[in-house]
Design a protein around this ligand. Structure first.
Ligand SMILES: O=C(O)CCC(=O)C(=O)O
Ligand SMILES: [Fe+2]
Length: 358
């Protein structure tokens, strides 16, 4: 059982009326605001951020080489620990990852536009699912209604490519990748890199936890790569409502445009500058917040964007990393480790624990 420690949940502790306020404290951020001014509006389909401080990460966070992920993540461990302590999320720069993610997102955009084959034939409700694996398949436009959205769906369509789907488990689950082979190949490559990276973030975080903390035991089958296409926004500024992920860890890959914002411990919002870059962000999910007895709060985030053109679109992708659904939940505090009777699958079934929904 968890002791007295309470989660530093900024979103819970800060009065809602203060949450939109940005932090002007960081001089790197102020400097960055000037830099972005020069590049904004130079390209069609770019949004501007209102009232939230940009947070420059390129050249600030550790560099991790694609060919040396383990070595470089271990060398970066101390900096990553400090990020988590100071910001509530983490970031590294991985030269070369941005081009792979961008090509994958564009082939998803092309798949969304295709009528023969059609992604609608691979809707998550019709793709064979593993009873203990992740959800996978296509989620049509307007199919997700986040908990805090008052019944209004987010203006997006997306796909979940799970490790199970990539391994065609159960048989037939991978048919969508055969139907869209270019997307399939690109998603498989991004999944592998993102899964390695997130496992290494997990090792760093585990090193910050008490002795006896179990291995995070991330499951490829239960982990999903979500690729999102926002479109037909109809003037909306809120593309994704404030939320935190349910999973153990999340990895936000570089999106096609700005707009992804995070709440800091003091309740102010910042916008990491990651669009079209090689920067990735690692989020704490509600499962890890629970397992750590609130040592880490969930990394609450949202997507807000103000754009001028009516055909504005945005592409993004995130890896959601889960333990096996059939494994038993655990919690560790300074008083020790408790293994619960409930499984992580039960945690998902009870997904509205904590804030937001995923
Ligand atoms: O679109 C983005 O940049 C973030 C998406 C996200 O946070 C989510 O789907 O959970
Ligand atoms: Fe999210």
């Amino acid at each position: 059982m968890c002791g007295e420690r309470r989660s530093k949940s900024a979103a819970q502790d800060v009065p809602r009326e203060n949450r939109g306020k940005s932090s002007g404290k960081n001089s790197a951020n102020a400097e960055n605001a000037e830099n972005t001014e020069n590049t904004e509006n130079t390209e069609k389909r770019t949004c501007v951020t209102m009232d939230v401080t940009p947070m420059r990460l390129s050249g600030v966070v550790p560099t991790v080489r694609l060919g040396a992920l383990r070595t470089d993540m271990h060398s970066a461990a101390k900096e990553i620990e400090t990020q988590l302590t100071d910001w509530g999320f983490m970031s590294v720069e991985v030269p070369g990852i941005g081009a792979k993610v961008e090509a994958m997102m564009h082939s998803f955009e092309a798949a969304c536009a295709s009528t023969d084959p059609s992604l609608a034939d691979y809707e998550y409700t019709s793709v064979p699912q593993l009873s203990n694996g992740g959800t996978h398949g296509f989620f049509p436009y307007l199919s997700e209604i986040p908990r805090l959205a008052k019944g209004v769906p987010d203006p997006k369509e997306f796909i979940h490519v799970s490790g199970a789907l990539l391994a065609d488990k159960p048989a037939g689950a991978g048919a969508v990748l055969a139907a869209f082979p270019e997307f399939g190949e690109r998603a498989a490559e991004v999944f592998d890199t993102a899964f390695s990276l997130i496992s290494l973030f997990g090792e760093v975080i585990r090193g910050m936890m008490p002795e006896g903390t179990p291995d995070f035991d991330l499951s490829r089958d239960a982990t999903n790569l979500r690729v999102i296409h926002y479109r037909d926004l109809d003037g909306r500024e809120v593309l994704a409502h404030e939320h935190s992920g349910i999973q153990l860890l999340g990895l936000q890959l570089p999106p096609s445009d700005q707009g992804l914002q995070y709440i800091l411990h003091d309740g102010t919002w910042v916008e990491p500058v990651i669009a079209k870059s090689d920067l990735v962000l690692c989020n704490i999910g509600r499962m890890l917040s629970s397992a750590s007895c609130g040592r880490f709060r969930p990394s609450t985030h949202r997507v807000h964007c103000t754009y001028s053109d009516t055909d504005y679109e945005r592409l993004s992708s995130v890896l959601f990393a889960y333990p096996p659904h059939q494994a038993r939940q655990w919690q560790i505090s300074d008083e020790g480790l408790t293994v619960l009777d409930e499984t992580w699958g039960d945690f998902i079934a009870n997904r509205f624990r904590g804030l937001g929904s995923e």
